[in-house]
Design a protein around this ligand. Structure first.
Ligand code: NAD
Length: 292
C-alpha cells in the first residue's frame, strides 16, 4: 500500500490561520509587527524561500523589511547592524539570511540576535530552552518537521525516532523536541557506521542531509512516518532542474505509512513556523519581562 502523503501546504494553511487569529487578539491586536531580513550582498529575494517569507508576511499584515549590507562588508559590520536592530524598539523580529559569506562565524552572529527578537530560534539561549524541555522560540525547520510528523496522528511517546543529520539548525533540535515528547531519539550522521541498522527500527524517520536518494525503501520500517527535510536541485534527463529531497520517493512510499513530499512537505510548514515565531517574539516584547 502506498504511504499516506503528509501535505505541508494544508498544514501550513492551518498554522497560518492560527497565527492570523493570534494577531487579531490581545496582546498583539493593533500592534505593528516588523521583521528585518538581513543579508550581506544582494538580498536573495530571488530565492523561493525568501519570496515565500515575504508573501506570508504580506498576507498576515506583518512588515517584511529586506536590509542589504554591501557585499564587501565584514562580520563586524553585520554584528553592528544586528545590535542596531536589537535596540530598535519598532522592530519586533530579526532574520539573518543564509548562507553567510565564506569565513563568517554563524554561531557568533546568531548569538548577537536578541533572544526576544530571534524568530529563527538560533540564539543559544533559545536553543538551550529546548534542552530544558521548555521551548520558546525554536528553529523553524525543526518545528515544522516535528509538526508534520504529528499530523500523522501516530503518537511519539515510547516510539523509536531516528534523525539523520546532526546540524544545530535542523537535526539536533528535532531530536530534543522529540525527547520532550518521550520518543526514544537517535541521531545519525556522516560517521554513522551502519545507517540502515538504525533507520530500519525507526517508527519516525527524519532525514536532513541534502543527499538525494540517501534513504531507499529497504532502509525503512514498514508503516513508518518518514519526514524528508532535504532540499537539493537536480537536473533531470531532459535538462530540466527540479527540487528533490533525500528520500527515494518511489521505493520509500511503498514501505512507509506516511511520507512528507519534497517539494510541498516541510518547506511550506517552515515558513508558517517562521510566522508563528514572529508572533511569539512580538508577544515576548509586549510582556516587558527581561529575557532569560
Ligand atoms: P548540514 O550540511 O549542516 O548538515 C548535514 C548533516 O548530514 C550533517 O549532520 C552530516 O553529518 C549529515 N550527513 C552528510 N552525509 C551523510 C551521509 N552520507 N549519511 C548520514 N549523514 C550524513 O545541513 P542542514 O543545514 O542541516 O540541512 C540539511 C538538509 O535540509 C539540506 O538539504 C538543506 O537544504 C535542508 N533544509 C531544509 C529546510 C526546509 O525548510 N525544508 C531548512 C533548512 C535546511
Amino acid at each position: 500500500m502506498a504511504a499516506q502523503r503528509l501535505d505541508g501546504a494544508a498544514r501550513a494553511a492551518g498554522i497560518l490561520g492560527e497565527v492570523r487569529a493570534d494577531l487579531a487578539s490581545p496582546p498583539l491586536r493593533g500592534m505593528r509587527l516588523r521583521l528585518a531580513s538581513v543579508s550581506v550582498g544582494s538580498h536573495p529575494t530571488g530565492s523561493l524561500y525568501v519570496r515565500n517569507q515575504a508573501r506570508a508576511c504580506a498576507d498576515l499584515g506583518i512588515e517584511f523589511l529586506p536590509m542589504e549590507l554591501p557585499a564587501d562588508s565584514d562580520e563586524d559590520a553585520l554584528v553592528r547592524r544586528i545590535q542596531e536592530l536589537n535596540a530598535d524598539p519598532d522592530l519586533t523580529g530579526i532574520l539573518l539570511q543564509r548562507p553567510f559569506p565564506p569565513g563568517f562565524n554563524a554561531r557568533r552572529l546568531q548569538a548577537k540576535v536578541h533572544p526576544d527578537k530571534d524568530v529563527e530560534g538560533m540564539n543559544p539561549a533559545n536553543l538551550g530552552l529546548i534542552v530544558y524541555g521548555t521551548p520558546r522560540l525554536a528553529p523553524c525547520t525543526a518545528l515544522a518537521a516535528v509538526d508534520l510528523a504529528r499530523a500523522s496522528a501516530v503518537p511519539f511517546k515510547g516510539r523509536e525516532a531516528v534523525v539523520i543529520g546532526h546540524s544545530e539548525i535542523v537535526g539536533k533540535p528535532i531530536a530534543f523536541l522529540l525527547l520532550n515528547e518521550f520518543a526514544t531519539a537517535t541521531i545519525a550522521h556522516i560517521e554513522t557506521r551502519d545507517l540502515s541498522l538504525h533507520t530500519r527500527k525507526a517508527d519516525f524517520l527524519f532525514v536532513a542531509v541534502g543527499r538525494p536518494g540517501l534513504v531507499r525503501g529497504e532502509m525503512v520500517k514498514p508503516g513508518a512516518v518518514v519526514i524528508d527535510i532535504g532540499i537539493s536541485r537536480v537536473q533531470g534527463p531532459g535538462g530540466e532542474v527540479r527540487t528533490v529531497g533525500d528520500v527515494e520517493e518511489e521505493s520509500v512510499a511503498r514501505v512507509a505509512g506516511f511520507l512528507s513530499p519534497v517539494p510541498g512537505g516541510v518547506g511550506p510548514v517552515t515558513v508558517a513556523m517562521l510566522m508563528r515565531n514572529t508572533a511569539a517574539a512580538a508577544r515576548l516584547q509586549t510582556a516587558k519581562v527581561p529575557s532569560r
